[in-house]
Design a protein around this ligand. Structure first.
Ligand SMILES: *Cc1c(COP(=O)(O)O)cnc(C)c1O
Length: 390
């Protein structure tokens, strides 16, 4: 990086990954559309060679994300968050044991469960908020786990894990740790600094931030781990497109202002939703009533901008039916899956058939965007007020 001053994260997102300063040089890196690179003689680790091995369009984003996560290594971009999940799970030895939150991202659990069904690994699903349960799953009947998968706050239950305690215990036992940091972003939580080996992102969400790309990333603690994962990416071909990488860099420039604003709005909406009679329960770690509040306060800078509500039954309709009516009745909020974009999205999670049944069927997830907070509230309030009661 050009700058020599230690920068705060909200400057890194803007200043990182720029081309070298030279007269008439471009301020932004180019999109390099080339499937191959000129060279002669033996290809070394520093050579680009071929478009599946390397592309200069990936590097600025990888540099920025690596620096934001507070480690020493650049990130690695992948074709999607789940391609990054697949690379991370490839670190588990054949027949190895993986401890994973039952309420991880559904695609992550599904991928691990399919590997387990083939006998390639063995899966121990845990309630990640129950520290004792996780610690005992790391070492059960004298057999130690190989990988601890962490996601906190969880999707969509927003359970908060005691990351410092779990990461320290895994490290002591020599168990590899991965933290899916998609919900928080490195501006809110930095798992590497808490002792994690690997941080995972669905770049699709906050980092790119505009619901216009699908991408993933891994940020490794060590150069050795990075080289293993780079080899996996190269040989499995789970690479990012140059345009997508450029869009992600373009998106991350505004990450700090987007997060700052959406977190404030999420807090306001959570407090108002908690007081609305059509809402049975609000899950948001920023509320003092939330079971994850104290942990989140100790571990996070802010509380994120995802919140979940459980909609009350009423008027002879179930909570799930009222939840569907709430979503359908909205005008500004977009009814769609995914999260972390500038636009506010809302969905009843159990519309996904793969969603675990331990997620209440009246649970609606809200991804708070950057629109005017009062407009977002007015839309929600109008649709909630229209629900039948009693
Ligand atoms: C979306 C998401 C993923 C999967 O990422 P894709 O980019 O959709 O493949 C993984 N983890 C979390 C927490 C997510 O929200």
């Amino acid at each position: 990086m050009e700058h020599s001053l230690p920068l705060n994260p909200d400057s890194v997102v803007v200043a990182g990954g720029r081309p070298a300063r030279e007269r008439d040089g471009a301020v932004n890196p180019p999109v390099v559309l080339s499937s191959t690179f000129v060279g002669t003689g033996p290809l070394g680790p520093g050579d680009r060679g071929y478009g599946r091995y390397a592309n200069p369009s990936w590097e600025p984003f990888e540099e920025v994300l690596g620096e934001l996560e507070g480690g020493t290594e650049p990130a690695l971009l992948f074709a999607s968050g789940l391609a990054a999940v697949s690379a991370a799970l490839s670190l588990v030895p054949l027949g190895g044991i993986v401890v994973m939150p039952e309420h991880s991202y559904a695609g992550t659990v599904q991928q691990a469960a399919e590997l387990a069904a083939k006998g390639l690994l063995s899966l121990r699903l845990v309630d990640i908020t129950d520290t004792e349960q996780v610690l005992s799953a790391l070492r059960r009947e004298g057999v130690s786990a190989d990988l601890l998968w962490l996601e906190s706050p969880t999707n969509p239950m927003l359970g908060v894990a005691d990351l410092p305690v779990l990461l320290a215990a895994a490290r002591e036992a020599g168990i590899l740790t991965v933290v899916d940091n998609t919900f928080c972003t490195p501006l809110v939580q930095q798992p590497l600094t808490l002792g994690a080996d690997l941080v995972l992102h669905s770049v699709t969400k906050y980092l790119a931030g505009h619901s216009d790309v699908v991408l993933g990333a891994l940020v490794p603690r060590t150069a050795e781990l990075r080289s293993t994962l780079l080899h996996h990416r190269t040989i499995h071909g789970s690479i990012a497109g140059p345009w997508e990488a450029w869009l992600a860099l373009r998106g991350i420039r505004t990450l700090a202002v987007r997060i700052e604003r959406s977190q404030v709005t999420a807090q306001l909406l959570a407090e108002r939703l908690e007081a609305h009679p059509a809402v049975e329960r609000v899950r948001f770690p920023g509320l003092p009533s939330d079971p994850g509040h104290d942990r989140a306060r100790a571990q996070l800078k802010g509380f994120g901008s995802i919140l979940c509500i459980e909609v009350a039954a009423g008027g002879g309709r179930s909570g799930a039916e009222n939840a569907d009516a709430l979503v359908t009745g909205l005008g500004l909020w977009l009814p769609a899956t995914s999260l972390g974009g500038v636009e506010s999205l809302i969905e009843r999670r159990r519309r996904h058939l793969a969603e675990p049944h331990s997620v209440p069927d009246n649970l609606v997830r809200l991804s708070v965007g950057i629109e005017n907070a009062e407009d977002l509230w007015a839309d929600l309030e109008r649709s909630l007020d229209a629900l039948p009661r009693g």
